[in-house]
Design a protein around this ligand. Structure first.
Ligand code: HEM
Length: 402
């Protein structure tokens, strides 16, 4: 990503996930310093461990004594923002099993293939407009609409509301560089988004709208299990729509940026278009949007020479894991044919990303269609912007000229 790289820290314990250098710049070199000097950093002030090596994060993601019920975001775990017990990403078993069981069938590899033609149609229309204009914004004008449309088909929200859904999605994780954590702008978007989903649910109940996607699957489950509340339905749909609409556009845009920056990789893709999905997944690895998510220890956990005490937080620094030289050869290079078996791009363990197949399909479609339709493009770095945040980093706009 083209952001300023901060100076090395005098000591690893000077690291702070909310430091302006992390929020406004590119924390890659800080993560490398942490991995090298203190891959298991404990910061008293947050009562939290920060893990930055691939192997630790891979293993800890699977440990049962680490709970998501206290929240998973840096704001929740480190600044005390409330957890959300209705989101599947913040549920422990057995609830987690129940809701994943209802959702998993909508997110299989074959279900993702079932959405491919519709995603292609969306992609072709959008890329034709960018081509006709001689350039444009590959995030807001292309990757974003594809991802939000696919999110609608999965969640059951109306596709015609796409522009409004994009606005809420883009504001949801809004940050103020001068004040760490969630902001009033993000909270307001969340409140409006939730009210809107509640309205759709009322329309479904009143027979004014047909239930589709996750809505239909959850309403069906609710009939059999009254413990499933309307808040569960609403927040799970929100979780899916945000999950779908935020990370995918950033990663697709990251792939377009990296392909432009690395002409030899672009040539490989031109010679073998079957590498489109790999080009996307390599961008997820290199420019991992979700910097970190965490857990809270519910019991004392003895792990490889350290003890994580009950109540302590464990921050899993995915973005650092994905560039660990112990796991990836030349980790800072964008190589679309590296073919690694393991990645932390989509997490690991029971909370591994529900949307992994869908994301792979979208990335493949978006890259294939753009490569087929566009002449060589130049990224206009001066006109492109990145999100200033500690949490889900990446492009906010990716302007290209043809
Ligand atoms: C490039 C795209 C994506 C990336 C990088 C990504 C990343 C991740 C990661 C790292 C996790 C694990 C979090 C943890 O361990 O706490 C996760 C979970 C999740 N993702 Fe994704 N994701 C992507 C796309 C999607 C899509 C398209 C959807 C939905 C349509 C989605 C929905 C979810 C949900 C619901 C969870 C929580 C799963 C659970 O807790 O059981 N994601 N994602």
């Amino acid at each position: 990503m083209t952001m300023t790289s901060p100076e090395p820290l005098a000591a690893a314990r000077d690291y702070d996930p909310f430091m302006p250098l992390v929020i406004e710049g590119d924390p890659t070199s800080l993560y490398a310093q942490l991995r090298r000097e203190t891959p298991r950093l404990f910061l008293e002030r947050y009562n939290a461990w920060f893990f930055s090596s691939f192997e630790d994060i891979w293993t800890l993601s699977k440990l049962p004594g680490l709970s998501v019920a206290g929240g998973i975001t840096p704001s929740q775990l480190l600044l005390g923002a409330p957890a959300n017990p209705f989101m599947v990403s913040q549920m422990d078993p057995p609830d987690h099993r129940l809701y994943r069981g209802a959702l998993n069938p909508l997110f299989t590899a074959s279900a993702a293939r079932g959405l491919e033609q519709a995603a292609r149609h969306e992609a072709r229309e959008r890329i034709a407009a960018i081509r006709a204009a001689g350039g444009g914004d590959l995030l807001m004008g292309y990757a974003g609409p594809i991802a939000v449309a696919v999110g609608c088909w999965l969640s059951g929200l109306p596709r015609e509301d796409l522009p409004q859904l994009m606005r809420w999605t883009n504001k949801f994780f809004h940050r103020d560089p001068d004040r760490p954590g969630d902001t009033a702008v993000g909270a307001e978007a969340g409140v409006e988004f939730i009210a809107y989903i509640g309205e759709i649910l009322r329309d479904i109940r009143a027979g004014r709208r047909e239930a589709t996607g996750a809505f239909a699957a959850l309403i069906e489950r609710q009939r059999a299990d009254p413990a499933i509340s309307d808040d569960h339905l609403i927040f799970i749909v929100l979780n899916l729509q945000i999950g779908a609409g935020d990370t995918v556009p950033k990663s697709i845009s990251a792939a377009f940026h990296r392909l432009w920056e690395n002409p030899q990789e672009r040539a490989k893709l031109a010679a073998d278009p079957a590498l489109a999905q790999a080009a996307f997944l390599e961008a997820v690895r290199l420019d991992m949007p979700t910097q970190m998510q965490g857990r809270t220890a519910t019991e004392a956990i003895a792990y490889d020479g350290i003890v994580i005490q009950p109540g302590q937080k464990t921050m899993l620094m995915f973005a650092a894991a994905n560039r660990d030289p112990a796991e990836f050869d030349a980790p800072d290079a964008y190589r679309i044919d590296r073919g690694n078996r393991r990645t932390m791009g989509f997490g690991n363990g029971i909370h591994r990303c529900l949307g992994v197949h869908v994301a792979g399909m979208e990335g493949m479609v978006a890259i294939e269609e753009a490569m087929a339709a566009l002449p060589p493009y130049t990224v206009d770095l001066a006109a492109s912007r990145t999100h200033k945040t500690e949490y889900v980093k990446g492009w906010a706009n990716l302007m290209v000229t043809l």
